[in-house]
Ligand binder design. Sequence first.
Ligand SMILES: [Zn+2]
Length: 198
Amino acid sequence: MPSPVGHAIAGLCGYTLVARDVAPRYRKALLLASVAIANLPDIDILPGIFAGDLGRFHRQGTHSLVASLAIGLFVGLWVKRWKWSSLPWGVWAFTLYLSHILLDMLVESSRGVQFFWPFSDDYFILPITIFRSFKYSASAIGTIQTIFSFNNTLTVLWEMVLLLPIFLLVQNFAGRFRQFRQSVQFKLAYLFNGKQRR
Ligand SMILES: [Zn+2]
């Protein structure tokens, strides 16, 4: 898996794409939510604390398409309380959560993720792997030493080399992406409602 830093950069990209859609007073919460959703699949390392092995339950059900859809659905329903549109926010959360899983499928020396859980327990990985593995546990040196090891430091630095340029690109194209998204939403609203909404 990439490290929490790599996934946080993905969260920053997700935030940048939608930040201007919300009032400034909501943006700090949106930023936190973006980084949290981008890291959320790795919540499966927590039960490993009790098993004495952080990797014990890792990259299983929380790293699946079904979990991504569930998060998209949850966020789509949650934002209704602020009268935000369910569909775009649901798609946003689904994509952001899915980005974590796709990044994990690009990690070398990994068996991949249970992408089609609960229909299959097989692990899937993409044919090209570009990230180094971020390790949470190695019994020889202990969990804390593993997390802050030289190897993991190199992993984080390599993720920054690969992902920060993508973040800068996203920042540059966020405005144009917003215009494109608004035109699609406008056309969809016209199709479904038979009237123009402004
Ligand atoms: Zn993960």
